[in-house]
Design a protein. Structure first.
Length: 255
C-alpha cells in the first residue's frame, strides 16, 4: 500500500462492514472529514476494537487509498468513556458529533472544528454545566466557524451598534429585538412590523460572548432559567429556519 500518514482527529461515526471490519468517519485536523476502513476492528482481539468507536480522539496512522483510507495504527489519547455513564449525556455527545460531521468536509483545515468538538465533549462531563446549555453554545459556535452566525453586535437594519456600557449614548439605540429573517438584531426604529423576539440585555450579552469568547473560556458560565429559555428559543429557531437537515440523534434528545 505504500507509505502511511499520521493525522490527529476524532472518530465521528462507525459502521460495521462485512463480518469483522468497520468503516469509520474521522474528523482530522489536517484533512478534514475522511472515511477510513478498520480491518478486523470487530474481532475481540483487535488493536482497533476500542479505537474504531465514536468519540475516540488521538493519532491515526493510515494508508491512503484512491477513495478511502485504511487504518494501520492508532494512539488514542481520550476515549471519552465517561460519556457512556449517563445515557442523556451520551445522546448529547452523539448529537455534537453528528453536527460536526454535517458542517465539515474533506480536504479542509478542520483545526478549529476539532478543537471546538474536543472542548465541548469535555464540557458535557462537567457536573456544573447543564447539557442543554452546552448544546446551544456549541450550535452557535459552529455557526460562527461556518460563517452562518447572526449579527448580535449592531442593528441589521440601520447598522447602529449596541451601547454595551450603560446605554446613555444618545447617538445609539439599544437593539433588543432579534429577527430570524434579518439574521440578527433590529433596533426599535427598524422593526416596522417584522416578527421579532424580544431580548433582554443578559441574553444579548450571552450571545455576544459565545460568538467572540476565546475557546478556553467558552464553557465557563451558566445562565438563569428565563435567560437560557430565551437563548434556546433564538438559537433553535434560527437553525431550524436556515437548515433543513435532520439529525437522527436530535430525535433521541427530544424524547
Amino acid at each position: 500500500m505504500g507509505q502511511t500518514i499520521v493525522l490527529t482527529g476524532m472518530v465521528l461515526s462507525a459502521m460495521p462492514v462485512g463480518d469483522y471490519d468497520k468503516r469509520i468517519q474521522i474528523l482530522t485536523r489536517e484533512r478534514g472529514k475522511i472515511t477510513a476502513f478498520a480491518r478486523g476492528a470487530r474481532r475481540p482481539n483487535s488493536a482497533f476494537l476500542a479505537a474504531a468507536n465514536p468519540f475516540s480522539f488521538g493519532q491515526f496512522e493510515l494508508f491512503e487509498g484512491r477513495n478511502a483510507y485504511s487504518l494501520a495504527k492508532v494512539d488514542i489519547e481520550n476515549y471519552f468513556r465517561e460519556l457512556a455513564d449517563d445515557v442523556d449525556t451520551a445522546y448529547y455527545g452523539f448529537y455534537i458529533l453528528e453536527m460536526a460531521a454535517y458542517y465539515t468536509q474533506e480536504n479542509m483545515d478542520a483545526t478549529d472544528f476539532l478543537n471546538l468538538l474536543y472542548v465541548t465533549l469535555k464540557a458535557l462531563l462537567k457536573p456544573a454545566l447543564d447539557n442543554r446549555l452546552v448544546r446551544r453554545i456549541y450550535e452557535l459556535r459552529v455557526l460562527v466557524l461556518s460563517g452562518e452566525y447572526p449579527n448580535v453586535f449592531s442593528c441589521t437594519g440601520c447598522g447602529r451598534k449596541e451601547a454595551l456600557e450603560d446605554g446613555t449614548d444618545e447617538s445609539r439605540v439599544r437593539p433588543h429585538f432579534f429577527s430570524i429573517r434579518h439574521h440578527g438584531l433590529l433596533c426599535p426604529d427598524c422593526i416596522k412590523g417584522e416578527p421579532v423576539i424580544a431580548m433582554d440585555a443578559s441574553t444579548l450579552y450571552a450571545m455576544q460572548y459565545i460568538i467572540s469568547a476565546p475557546l478556553r473560556r467558552l464553557y465557563t458560565f451558566t445562565l438563569s432559567g428565563p435567560v437560557f429559555e430565551r437563548l434556546e428559543e433564538i438559537i433553535s429557531n434560527y437553525i431550524d429556519h436556515y437548515s433543513d437537515h435532520i439529525y437522527k440523534s436530535e430525535d433521541l434528545l427530544k424524547k
